[in-house]
Each structure stands twice: as C-alpha cells, then as structure tokens.
Design a protein around this ligand. Structure first.
Ligand SMILES: C[S@@+](CC[C@H](N)C(=O)[O-])C[C@H]1O[C@@H](n2cnc3c(N)ncnc32)[C@H](O)[C@@H]1O
Length: 386
C-alpha cells in the first residue's frame, strides 16, 4: 500500500524527475501529510519506535539542569534565561530540567523561559499543556519579538533527523544517490554527479582532512547542519550551545570501519540498515544517520561561536553530578520498582555502546571557558582529553 508520504514523493519525482536522497528523506520525515515526524503518533517513547534519553528517565534532565545552572551563574544570573530547544518533542526534557532545578533549590527555576522549536503540532500542543501545568513560561522562538537569547540552546537527537545527502564511490568518485521510480514501478536509486555545491564543498574538505574514500563506499553528508549552526549563531546573544547525538569525528565516520555508511531506519524498536529499508513503509519509519562531529564543530566555529569542548554523553552526565543525583533519588524512592527503573536507566545512560556513547558538543558565546564547565570536567579513566 502506498503511504501518504510515498504518494507525495512519487508526485515530486513525476514533477522533477529523480530527486536527491536528501529531498526524499526530508519528505519522508517532515512532509505535512504523513511525514514520520509530523504524525500524531508518539515516536520516541516506550510504545513508539525508539527511546531517547529524556524519555528514558527524568534523571537525564536533572543532570543537564546542573549545566544550565552553571552557565546561568557564569553569565551573572540573567533573567530571563531562555532555554531554546530544537526538536523539543512534547517538552519532556525541559520539564525534567525544570524539576531538577527545583529539586536543587536553584533560583534559575524562576528565571527560566522555554522556547521550543518543534515540527510536530501534536507534540507542541501537548508541550503547551504540560508546560502550563508545571508553571514553565513558554515563548515563541520564531515570534516577531524573537530577539537573540541569553541562555542555552539545546539539541538532543535533533541533528541526526536532518536530511543527509547519500553518496556512493564509483570509478574513484563520490556520486550522489538520487531516488526515482524504477521500471517495475517501485522506488529505486540512481547515481549522478553531486548537484549541490554544499555537498561538493564537504567532499573537498574531507579530502583536505586527509580522508580517503574507497571504491564502493557509501557515505552521508549533511549540509543542513551548517545552516543550523548559522541560525544558532544568530540566535544566541550569550550563553551555551549543547548538542547531544550519535556521531563521530569525520576520520572515524568515513573511515574503513563504516564502508556502508551509517544510514539506519527504526520502526517498532527494530533497527534496519539494509539498502532497501528507507523505501519501506515511507513515513512510518525513522530514517537517521550519524552526525559528523568534525563538520559540526567547524560549522559552530564558522558561525562565530567558541568551541568549548566535546565529550561523551556518559562523561557529561557524570561531570554534571549524575551519581549524586541518583543517590539522592534512591534515598527517597519508596517503591522497589522505581528504584529498579532508575538503576536500569542509569546503566543505559552510562553504557558506552548505546546512549552513553553519544557525543556531547559544547559551544558558547560570552561565557568563561575556565575552569572547565561541569559537563566537560570528567573523563572516564583511560580516555584522552580532547
Ligand atoms: C528523535 S526526536 C527527539 C525528541 C527529543 N529531543 C528527545 O530527545 O526526546 C527528533 C525531534 O525533532 C523534531 N524535528 C525533526 N525535524 C525537525 C525540524 N526540521 N524542525 C523542528 N523539529 C524537527 C521531531 O518532530 C522530533 O520531535
């Protein structure tokens, strides 16, 4: 059965001829009718397709609240202090941050304003009701009075959802994967020269970074991150930027370990990464790829922000006091099941393979970098400082 998103994509192909994979991904995820991220169904929960750290347990947000509180102190306790969150979902992370601030008795709880950027109107409606119930002031991030903020810009599992251009090395050159309708009527891939100058630019920079691509290798590049970094650069008057996502430095991402690239799809907690997966039940499954941390750092610096550091999510959480937060919570949890849930969440948050291995990138403007921020203050034994 053709899904509404696939029907829209087929109409686009009929109009334009083949389309870059990035346009296919953008429509599959974000199309107004039937896009994966525009639908009413909740995607990031236990009942959905995958579970994000904020949805796993509020202790994640409580730990991040410590990083916000430190930034607020370093900036001289401004009011309002705005949390601008990209891919805010139903506001679960912001509400856990607010609860964390209140538990710590931080005065920032009273100065906090929340500016959520979210594509999904169903999630935004939920967010509005939940924020009102919690007493969290919500401001429109795109409103006419949307002056640059003083505060923190946060993006948890947001950048991996931005569209990627997919490339395959043929005859020694990276060619771009385009999506078309094959002779049998099914969606199919064709290869052509990269059309977009920003893609060619990233490929040239990869060569300058000393990265050699091999015949048959598949890779993804994501110029949308550069546009996002420029927007962040314009929107932040002073404060911090924190990006949390799965990703790797370019040398690792495009190196010999990942010759098939990192494109992955998720549906019903099942990950499928075969070449046909993106074209199955279009709009009903997530399509995602790792974030190029080298390109992200360069884009943030290019947008005029100071790069403060990069670490793993696990190290960031420990640096923010996760252990003490867990002990404090355990002491007051009455039910054994709640204690068990907390312990199992912490294990998943710290496990270097799934969530703990996520990368955390911190950048800022007008904020003292020394002494190191809490989130950058802890290194797992045996890891190098970056
Ligand atoms: C993987 S979910 C993460 C949600 C939340 N940050 C979390 O960690 O639970 C990605 C979120 O980004 C939103 N999103 C995706 N593309 C977007 C876009 N272009 N603009 C705004 N939101 C977008 C999705 O609707 C979804 O809520």
């Amino acid at each position: 059965m053709t899904t509404p998103a696939e029907a829209a994509i087929r109409a686009e192909i009929a109009r334009r001829g083949s389309i870059p994979f990035a346009d296919f991904m953008s429509m599959a995820l974000g199309h107004a009718e039937g896009g994966y991220y525009t639908a009413a169904a909740a995607r990031t929960t236990r009942g959905g397709d995958f579970l994000t750290a904020p949805e796993l347990h509020p202790v994640f947000g409580a730990a991040l609240s410590r990083q916000l509180a430190e930034a607020w102190e370093r900036l001289g306790r401004p009011a309002p202090f705005t949390l601008l969150e990209y891919g805010a979902g139903a506001g679960t992370l912001a509400l856990a941050i607010l609860a964390g601030l209140r538990d710590d008795g931080s005065r920032l709880a009273d100065a906090l304003a929340y500016a959520p950027v979210e594509l999904n109107r169903h999630r935004l409606a939920e967010l509005g009701a939940r924020a009102a119930a919690a007493g969290l002031a919500v401001v429109d991030p795109a409103g006419a009075d949307a002056a640059p903020i003083v505060g923190m810009i946060l993006a948890n599992e947001y950048l991996d959802a931005l569209p990627v251009h997919l490339l395959e090395v043929r005859g020694g050159r990276p060619l771009e994967v385009r999506v078309t309708v094959g002779p049998d009527g099914a969606l199919a891939e064709t290869l052509d020269e990269p059309s977009d100058p920003t893609v060619r630019d990233r490929l040239e920079r990869l060569a300058r970074e000393g990265i050699t691509l091999v015949e048959g290798q598949r890779l993804e590049v994501r110029p949308a991150v550069e546009a996002w970094a420029r927007e962040v650069g314009r929107r932040l008057a002073a404060g911090l930027v924190l990006v949390l996502d799965y990703g790797a430095p370019a040398a690792d991402l495009y190196g010999s370990r990942r010759r098939a690239g990192t494109l992955m799809t998720y549906r019903g907690h099942a990950a499928e990464g075969d070449a046909e997966a993106p074209y199955r039940d279009v709009g009903e499954r997530d399509i995602t790829a790792h974030v190029d941390i080298t390109a992200l750092g360069a884009a943030l610096a290019g947008a005029g922000l100071d790069l403060l550091g990069e670490t793993s999510q696990a190290e960031l959480l420990v640096g923010c006091g996760l252990e003490e937060l867990v002990q404090r919570r355990q002491a007051v949890l009455a039910r054994a099941s709640d204690a068990l849930e907390l312990r199992s969440a912490v294990m998943r948050l710290l496990d270097p393979r799934p969530l703990g291995g996520f990368r955390a990138v911190l950048a800022g403007r007008g904020i003292a970098a020394e002494p190191p921020l809490r989130g950058l203050s802890y290194r797992m034994p045996g890891t190098r400082s970056r």
